[in-house]
Write a protein that binds this ligand. Structure first.
Ligand SMILES: Nc1ncnc2c1ncn2[C@@H]1O[C@H](COP(=O)(O)OP(=O)(O)OP(=O)(O)O)[C@@H](O)[C@H]1O
Ligand SMILES: [Mg+2]
Length: 326
């Protein structure tokens, strides 16, 4: 991504990708869908080009920081919290106005089973050398307390239920994909996964999980060891979650979207989607030399697939928001 200042003083963003998963032409179509619902919150596309395996998309740059970067520089200020609340409220409004009966995983804009299999493959590539193949982790022992086989945890991860309806969404709503201007105006970027066939519970996992994963990765540390008794994951979560307040809007969104009859199932499905976000961080952590994160990421991923997710720190807020509503 390059920010280019033009002679007139305006700035444009130029994103260059080699062999993109979603071509710039398709991204423009997806941009148009987002623009249809978030007109004043979507930068305009100025042009695209494809040349020798390189894909280029040029868009207006109405702001230079993402919300993530703004928090890095300014801290989690009340103003940035208000921006995030506004973003989430706008997403929920669109979910509600575009809800259509029927959600079919085979037609979903983001396919959960495919994401799980990529996550599994990443785990295998990153950890087999050290811990043996994941298929043989028949006893993962988490802080000497909980234990489960990886196959069972992975089966539970795959086994999310279906919502009753599908919704239109940006598709990857995390703080790195929200630009914030100095006056608090915000814009959605990165439209790769925008579409009209989303599971809102997966979208909630992004609204919630981004903050949870970031806090976890800032403070947690531990070791993963293969022993004759199984793979031992010993870790501490550490530190107080700095960004916990940023999960409030997701809890409110969950309360608005679920129903008393579905709440239990929805909660356990959001937990599985959050578990997948943790799983997908493991190869990145291993590749970038942050091996102390492997045990906490894997351990919390497995814990989120166990039956008592309502008490899990990532999920407590959602669980209490539905208890309060009941
Ligand atoms: N139109 C824009 N104006 C200004 N900055 C932008 C714009 N689009 C993207 N950016 C910045 O570039 C970053 C990456 O862009 P984008 O999210 O589209 O790509 P990505 O596929 O997520 O890439 P990466 O994996 O590097 O984040 C964003 O987080 C944001 O900070
Ligand atoms: Mg992005």
């Amino acid at each position: 991504m390059f920010l280019l200042r033009q002679p007139g003083g305006t700035t444009v963003a130029t994103k260059v990708t080699r062999n993109p998963r979603v071509s710039s032409t398709v991204q423009v179509k997806r941009h148009d869908l987002v623009a249809q619902h978030f007109a004043s919150h979507t930068p305009v596309v100025l042009g695209t080009a494809t040349e020798a395996g390189l894909d280029v998309i040029v868009t207006a740059a109405p702001a230079v920081w993402s919300l993530d970067e703004a928090i890095d520089r300014l801290g989690p200020t009340p103003g940035l919290h208000a921006v995030w609340r506004d973003v989430v409220a706008a997403l929920v409004t669109v979910w509600r106005s575009t809800a259509q009966p029927g959600f079919d995983p085979a037609n979903a804009t983001r396919k959960h089973d495919l994401r799980c299999r990529r996550g599994h493959q990443g785990l295998e590539d990153a950890l087999t050398g050290e811990l043996g193949p994941p298929s043989q982790w028949s006893n993962l022992v988490i802080n000497r307390r909980d234990s489960m086989s990886w196959s069972r945890a992975f089966g539970r991860l795959l086994g999310v239920g279906r919502p009753d309806f599908r919704v239109t969404c940006h598709g990857d709503p995390h703080a790195g994909n929200v630009l914030v201007a100095a006056d608090g105006t915000w814009y959605l970027v990165d439209w790769e996964w925008s579409g009209d066939h989303h599971d809102w519970r997966m979208m909630i996992s992004h609204l919630l999980g981004g903050w949870y994963v970031r806090d976890l990765m800032d403070h947690a540390s531990g070791t993963a060891t293969a022993t004759p008794d199984g793979v031992l994951l010993d870790y501490v979560i550490g530190g107080t979650p700095r960004l916990r307040q940023f999960a409030d809007p997701a809890a409110e969104a969950f309360r608005q979207m679920t129903t008393p009859a579905q709440a239990e199932q929805d909660l356990s499905d959001v937990a599985r989607y959050v578990a997948l976000l943790l799983l997908r961080e493991i190869p990145r952590a291993a590749l970038t030399g942050r091996r102390h994160l492997i045990a906490p990421l894997l351990g919390e991923c497995v814990r989120l697939t166990m039956g008592d997710h309502a008490r899990h720190p990532a999920m407590r807020l959602l669980a209490s928001s539905i208890r309060a509503a009941a």
